[in-house]
Ligand binder design. Structure first.
Ligand code: LLP
Length: 403
């Protein structure tokens, strides 16, 4: 729920923009830190979810590590003060240039996704006379039961090394004298809300660590990846995920041996609820079959609905605020009028981009809306601003912050 003075502030700002509620961000980070630290678990922030400077500074201040998927993310993590001993570099296609940059930065670990990559990192490390810490990303063939576009842990996905290749992995590791084997890494998908999925993952991790140990490779790090989902349907838009239940599953089902560390790579769950995309209605088209609200934000600002059919709560802040101010001024005589102050309409809420898919959602129930109304698309802090583009040569979306 936006406070009235926040909505008043929005009125003076050019749209579209992302509005970051830094209190919600800090409350989320508090909750994650409290829940993970009780078990001694290590959390790395998956920077790909949002690398907005203020967001990563806030995350860094909590002492979390950084999970990076490009050389530029590694660079940004170091520049923003993340401890290099807590920086991990993952990704299925690391270029030589990116590997060299990470070697020069002396990061903690590369999460390696193919046998060929092991060979390449070993060679590049040798040329620098360095030893690179590595973890093997295993594709565990565990179904994340999430949208198929964001599932990563099945045999058919490009990510990780399949279990039938593990004999070749250990053969290669024995040859690679400039690699230090630290442990095993998994990531089975994103927006996972069913804790049973994580229980199944734990079973696979336990099997895999036994396999490595039986082949003479001690495991220091068990990296379970990320993927904890958030509530995109809550009308209030900023519920903090249930970190307690999430970490409890790993505490209960993961076989953690003395001296081992358990690592997590959370992105969405840490940042999604802290931001909304704020835009204005440019035009209202009332049709015979459909009504359209045409916003000044579209797939160039937030592509999730168009790319994954993702659901986000959509609110008309201007009409809501009118309702509120009428209520405040109300006396008993006009109460019934105030309870039904505006008529509800159905709109397809669309953007200005020249693509038919540029639609946030069809048939959205909203109060009757007008040109200039402020529209909020909620829970947009993860994979929102970072996936914005210049398509149609539009300006890049701006950001605004609470105190
Ligand atoms: N670790 C690895 C290896 C990953 O690939 C990802 C996300 C994460 C951690 C963090 O996952 P999270 O905790 O945020 O679920 N753009 C999509 C999501 C793509 C996720 C990519 N990998 C979306 O908007 O839903």
């Amino acid at each position: 729920m936006f406070k009235q003075d926040t909505i008043e502030r929005f009125k003076g700002i050019e749209t579209p923009f992302y509005y970051y509620n830094m209190d919600v961000l800090r409350q989320t980070l508090d909750a994650c830190r409290d829940a993970s630290s009780q078990y001694g678990f290590h959390v790395h922030y998956a920077m790909k979810a949002n690398f907005n400077t203020k967001v990563i500074d806030a995350v860094q201040a909590y002492g979390f590590g950084a999970d990076c998927v490009s050389g530029n993310e590694v660079k940004a993590a170091i520049e923003h003060g993340f401890d290099k001993s807590k920086v991990v570099f993952a990704g299925v296609g690391k270029s030589d240039k990116e590997i060299n940059l990470a070697l020069d930065a002396d990061i903690f670990c590369f999460n390696v996704e193919s046998i060929q990559e092991l060979e390449i990192i070993n060679g590049l490390a040798k040329a620098k006379n360095k030893v690179a810490g590595i973890a093997i990303r295993i594709n565990p063939n565990v179904d994340a039961h999430t949208h198929h576009f964001i599932t990563t842990g099945l045999d058919e996905n490009k990510f990780g090394i399949n279990t039938w290749q593990l004999n070749d992995v250990v053969d290669m590791l024995r040859k690679c004298t400039n690699l230090k084997f630290l442990g095993i890494h998994f990531h089975i998908g994103s927006q996972i809300t069913d804790m049973e999925v994580y229980k199944n993952l734990c079973t696979r991790i336990n099997e895999m660590q036994d396999w490595f140990e039986n082949h003479g490779f001690a495991i220091k790090i068990l990296n379970t990846g990320g993927g904890l989902g958030v509530d995109y349907h809550n009308p209030d838009g900023n519920t903090i995920p249930d970190f307690e239940s999430y970490f409890k599953v790993f505490k209960k089902f993961l076989n953690v041996k003395p001296g081992q560390e358990v690592h997590f790579e959370l992105g969405r769950a840490l940042v999604a609820q802290s931001a909304s995309l704020i835009s204005r209605v440019l035009y209202v088209k009332i049709g015979q079959k459909k009504n359209f609200l045409i916003l000044d934000a579209g797939m160039t600002e937030l592509i999730r609905p168009m790319l994954y059919q993702a659901y986000h709560v959509i609110e008309n802040l201007s009409q809501k605020s009118k309702v509120k101010s009428q209520k405040l001024e109300s006396s008993d005589e006009n109460k019934s009028e105030i309870e039904h102050p505006t008529s509800e309409m159905k709109y397809d809420v669309v953007g200005p981009i020249c693509e038919s898919t540029d639609c946030f959602r069809k048939d959205v129930d909203l109060p009757e809306s007008f040109r200039g109304d402020l529209i909020a698309v909620r829970t947009a802090g993860a994979y929102g601003e970072v996936m914005a583009s210049h398509y149609n040569l539009r300006d890049m979306v701006q950001s605004v912050y609470s105190a």
